[in-house]
Design a protein around this ligand. Structure first.
Ligand code: COA
Length: 177
């Protein structure tokens, strides 16, 4: 698989994926978790103009079918930030658990350090998300802390985990497809 920039034509795909119950639960920590097509279009326009914070969204594409299989993102909070938060969701369930997530974390991490000149890359996930923790840890990310009952979903609070990797710790590069 490979990453490419988000195109307007991808929004329909993202709309379906981001409103998927499981993806909402695991990968979107918003008060209402759902997003409308209009909301996505606004986010897309804002991202182009870099108006609402700073974010780059990528589409994960399957090499063989050339079809999107998920999205990945890189977000930073101030214009001259030296650390960035990475996000990833593989929408097509039959692509999960086969190493794609590990590879995408590797590609995003390389982008963060080699192209965006970041000093540190971070990831945040639910404590029970073994696949995300595994993909991050296989790329050298270390658990920096547990944020107790910080995620609210389906009437319950859930613990979150913050993971981080310094540029100096990035040793093994994942072979690129
Ligand atoms: C989280 C996600 C990106 C991980 O990608 P993936 O391709 O499924 O994960 P990988 O196949 O690269 O697995 C990485 C490691 O995690 C572990 N792992 C994977 N799936 C697992 C599962 N279902 N249960 C427990 N451990 C698992 C394994 O240790 C694996 O290492 P291994 O290859 O040595 O066995 C993907 O599952 C996904 O998009 N899930 C839904 C959305 C989501 O949770 N996004 C993250 C939000 S923070």
């Amino acid at each position: 698989m490979y990453l490419r920039g988000l195109e307007k034509e991808d929004l329909q795909y993202l709309h379906k994926l981001m409103n998927d119950e499981e993806v909402m639960e695991l990968a979107r920590f918003r008060p209402d978790h759902m997003i409308s097509m209009e909301g996505l279009e606004k986010e897309y326009e804002d991202e182009l103009k870099q108006e609402s914070g700073h974010r780059r969204t990528f589409i994960i594409v399957d090499n063989q079918s050339s079809k999107p299989i998920g999205w990945a993102s890189m977000r930073w909070w101030r214009p001259f930030s030296t650390s960035t938060e990475l996000g990833i969701a593989i929408g097509e369930k039959d692509h999960r658990g086969k190493g794609v997530g590990t590879e995408v974390v590797g590609l995003l991490t390389d982008l963060a350090f080699d192209q965006y000149n970041m000093h540190k890359a971070e990831m945040f996930t639910r404590q029970t998300n073994r696949a995300m923790l595994g993909a991050a840890e296989k790329n050298g990310y270390k658990v920096e802390g547990v944020l107790r009952e910080t995620i609210y979903f389906n009437g319950k609070y859930h613990d979150g985990v913050m993971l981080g990797l310094l540029r100096s710790e990035r040793t093994s590069k994942i072979p690129k497809a």
